[in-house]
Write a protein that binds this ligand. Sequence first.
Ligand code: SAH
Ligand code: SF4
Ligand code: F3S
Length: 441
Amino acid sequence: MTAPKKLFVKTYGCQMNVYDSERMAEVLGEQGYQPTDTAEDADMILLNTCHIREKAAEKVYSELGRLKGLKAENPDLKIGVTGCVAQAEGEEIMRRQPAVDLVVGPQSYHRLPQMEARVREGGKALDTDFPEEDKFDTLKRRPKAARAPSAFLTVQEGCDKFCAFCVVPYTRGAETSRPVARILEEARDLVERGVREVTLLGQNVNAYHGLGADGREQSLAALIWALNDIDGLERIRFTTSHPNDMTDDLIEAHGACEKLMPYLHLPVQSGSDKILKRMNRSHTSESYLRVIERIRAARPDILMSGDFIVGFPEETEEDFQATLDLIEEVKYGYAYSFKYSTRPGTPAAERTQVDAAEADERLQRIQALITRQQQDIQKAMVGRSARVLVEKPGREAGQMVGKSEYLHAVHIENSDAAVGDIVPVRIIGAKRNSLAAIRQE
Ligand code: SAH
Ligand code: SF4
Ligand code: F3S
């Protein structure tokens, strides 16, 4: 019997790439590949890449430069590039790094088995199509292995919004939604393997409009209500949402659906209406704040999170100040801020860029404000009760680590809780990136 081939997958970028990496490992499992954690052992290396900012894309080439040396030691080693850099740069990747055997974009992962066969025979394989067939049919979760208590589940992919800075509409393609029945089937299967929390994924997840059993399109809220009925599934989250797609039924669900967690990632990018317009965001700071007001009316304790870009072309100090003001007003539990990165082919790439040192300085200021808010909110949790989904043992004896409803990392001291339990706790302390808690009966 020949030894099984080994697959090493390195994942960059967003949660959807994490989900996709799992599906690719499963599909290649059927071709006889077993996962490995070390590139040195591998017969196939896949870099599942991100194109969102220049740094993310360049990292891939430096990693490829490192990995090509491994081919000298193992002539059978095949190297593949998947994900958004694969989609955006295609053949150019093989030109820049000839050691690459395979390039496949996110919409063609179901064709990996045929591509693998081609590279095994010594050929090269390239696929950056947007095919008609449903890749999720082929990429179904296969091995009935136990899973961690929390899992991602892609329900929607692609984006039609075309924000002026963003590559996603080009790398992930047009917006598509999976049918409700398929998602419910996948969720039930996850629950059978021990999963208690699912995070529904989509680049524009709240634009979800998958077909229901009656052949009519269903909203994300309707999907969440259907998932709410699955026994054994305890928690539902979704990400990432666009402010314009926060429909009434979704806002209502935040107040009424018991399994939907009180946490919402709702990127706004800027607080300046001039910049929002130039970003083609199609909302204003005022309309964004109104949406949050309505969500908080439905679910007063909801924890808000967001994304910000600083140094977008033509952003003045005054525009930037408007962003800081908006952050002060919303009070984010978590927020992610990025310096604008020019992406070839996007409309903003052609415009007058903000001075780099200026942008760096703004990034520091916004991050200081965000960190302060985050810590204030964590400190305000001390003394409160929470329910924690236990994910793994902590570093100290008897300690278990998990997530609260609000997605805070919580360390439970001296706990006999098991992985997968949801336990009531009392928060007794706030550290930089986590909360300390004791179990409450
Ligand atoms: N689907 C998500 C966006 C994914 S990208 C959404 O619609 O929210 C995640 C974040 O990266 C974006 O929210 C934005 O803040 C940031 N980003 C996107 N393009 C960028 C660019 N060119 N430069 C800097 N940050 C960018
Ligand atoms: Fe990118 Fe999100 Fe804008 Fe779509 S809505 S273009 S994914 S930032
Ligand atoms: Fe990156 Fe593609 Fe996700 S560009 S953020 S991996 S959708």
